[in-house]
Design a protein around this ligand. Structure first.
Ligand code: FES
Length: 572
């Protein structure tokens, strides 16, 4: 075989040489050091495929990634590529403080820069837990090297006393009942043992499953990838096929910017709506679009939600979980139902268009309990709604499919918590609150949180739980887990910490929520608000240095995806 030394082509292992002022020397040293790992000229003559592995023992959702990466490598070798695995930071949702969202942009920067700096003709991006998927999509969009995303798949269903349990929809339900005193400590302990039966991501339609479905709808993964359980052998088979296909994608030069078009993003929004997907998808998709230079206004989410029925009967909007959705045909079966509403000409990493691969997908006729037909949906509208009003001039998000129908149109008295720390008094027996009140949390947004934590599903005060109350209207500039539920208004923009109207709300004010009319209003006259605005002072930032300081100084508001201003396509 011809030595790649003679060619010095800017592909494969000699792509992007280290700068010593002598390209020949750089290539010579790189080849020598690659041989130092035991590889040969024959290996180096092949297209190099990076495998970005976010394995970490601080990330339970990715604990099976070592085996998955080996399966990808098998596929790469089979197809004539040269696989080289590399690590980037991993974000395990439940192992990070104060919140993984603070680190999403760091993960995106890490992946982007390592894809760009290292010599690779294509890359497989292995991700799964909530923020890792958008981070990798953002990185893929910015680096624009041929890429396939391989999500890790959901956990098996939790099982307790013959019933399926979902992380973390049922974590929240069980904990609320425990706080209400309706289940005892022993039961909570037993459920803690039974909830998470395997590696993989949360198995309800939380953020991880939503983002995995979005990856598939965008055409950035192989069809079927999102729903195969993490530990099912078919995921290893799909990983091997991903390894084979990335070599082809690299050879054909199919870059993410050709796959993630404006129409593909609209397809992804429709799939999200039909699934009752996570509110977090709004923030993440806007951030991905920003990397591509595509304008994705919140109004488009609302427009597509109104025109896309809810089809998937999956928690937290429905009754089933990802394992069941997989048996019913997974995301391809949902997309088959949505076929008349999708742009079928969009290219995918299969090399086919969406329409071409959907032509070979069957409808879920035997599984109508799990995937409703388009003509008989579970709900005529999608799961999410975008609200506006004087309390959220730049928008807010609610998951209407997981809210209490009787609270979707509600006016009540505000009970304000000024920060996450202030929530410590939520169980105070003297807290003046009724089921008709509206709980408001301030200073939990991108800057104020900091990092916009998933604290928007405020705990119901114990005194209300004791009265049998399980939902009240809650409003904040925070996010909430995609597995959470309730009448919870999130992502209020601008946030309180930068002086948004949310900062001006005081206990006793009246707030009107009208989801059918898409309105969120603070019923306080403008003169009074002007006076409060003049008195308002921003809260002190907890960060004086390092990444935290970079974050609060450059993070965009929720309606703009919470990316850093200098990372968008325009760099502003
Ligand atoms: Fe990783 Fe839920 S904790 S997906």
């Amino acid at each position: 075989m011809t030595s790649p030394r003679r060619g010095l082509t800017p592909t494969g292992i000699t792509r992007g040489l280290t700068s010593y002022g002598d390209a020949g020397l750089s290539a010579f040293i790189r080849r020598a050091f690659t041989k130092g790992m035991g590889f040969t000229d024959e290996d180096m003559a092949r297209p190099v495929i990076g495998i970005c592995n976010t394995f970490s023992e601080f990330n339970n959702c990715h604990s099976h990634f070592r085996g998955l990466a080996e399966a990808v490598k098998r596929g790469v070798w089979q197809a004539g590529g040269f696989p080289l695995e590399f690590p980037t930071i991993s974000l395990g949702e439940l192992f990070l403080s104060p919140t993984s969202m603070l680190l999403r942009n760091l993960a995106a920067m890490d992946a982007e820069e390592m894809i760009r700096a290292q010599p690779m003709d294509g890359v497989v991006l292995m991700c799964g837990c909530d923020k890792t998927v958008p981070a990798h999509l953002m990185a893929a969009a910015s680096a624009d090297v041929p890429a396939i995303v391989l999500t890790g798949g959901p956990m098996l269903n939790g099982r307790y006393e013959g019933r399926d349990l979902g992380a973390c929809t049922d974590c929240r339900r069980v904990w609320a009942e425990y706080r209400a005193g309706t289940i005892d400590e022993q039961t909570v302990d037993a459920i803690e043992e039974a909830l998470c039966r395997s590696a993989g991501t949360c198995m309800s339609m939380g953020t991880a499953s939503t983002m995995a479905a979005i990856v598939e709808a965008l055409g950035m993964s192989l069809p079927g990838c999102a729903a195969i359980p993490a530990v099912d052998a078919r995921r290893l088979q799909l990983a091997e096929r991903t390894g084979r296909q990335i070599v082809e994608v690299a050879r054909q030069g199919i870059r993410p910017s050709r796959v993630m078009t404006a129409a593909a993003l609209a397809n992804a929004i429709r799939v999200c709506m039909a699934l009752g997907g996570s509110t977090n998808a709004v923030v993440h998709l806007v951030a991905v679009a920003g990397r591509l230079g595509i304008d994705l206004p919140l109004a488009l989410f609302d427009e597509l939600s109104r025109a896309t029925p809810l089809l998937a009967n999956v928690k937290p909007s429905g009754a089933y979980q990802m394992e069941n959705l997989f048996e019913a045909g997974g995301i391809p079966a949902v997309m088959k139902e949505l076929e008349p509403l999708l742009d079928l000409d969009q290219l995918t990493v299969t090399g086919w268009t969406i329409g071409e691969y959907l032509a070979g997908v069957a409808k879920a006729e035997r599984w109508r309990e799990i995937i409703a037909p388009l003509e008989r949906p579970l709900h005529p509208e999608g799961g999410l709604a975008i609200l506006r009003g004087n309390l959220a001039p730049d928008g807010a998000v609610i998951k209407q499919s997981a809210a209490s129908p009787n609270l979707l149109r509600h006016t009540g008295r505000a009970v304000v918590f000024s920060s996450l720390a202030d929530l410590a008094r939520v169980d105070d027996p003297d807290l003046d609150i009724t089921a008709d009140d509206v709980m408001v949390l301030q200073n939990a947004g991108p800057v104020g949180g900091p990092g916009m934590p998933e604290a928007g599903m405020l705990p119901i005060p114990k005194k209300l739980l004791a009265q049998g109350i399980r939902d009240v209207v809650r409003i904040s500039d925070a996010r909430m887990s995609g597995t959470a539920f309730g009448t919870v208004v999130l992502h209020v923009a601008p946030e309180a910490a930068v002086g948004g109207p949310l900062a001006l709300v005081r206990t006793g004010d009246r707030i009107a929520l009208d989801v059918p009319a898409r309105r969120l209003d603070l019923l306080v006259d403008e003169a009074e608000l002007a006076q409060r605005r003049a008195e308002w002072r921003p809260p002190a930032s907890p960060f004086t240095r390092g990444y935290g300081r970079l974050f609060v100084e450059h993070v965009l508001q929720a309606d703009r995806g919470c990316d850093f201003d200098f990372l968008t396509r325009s760099g502003r």
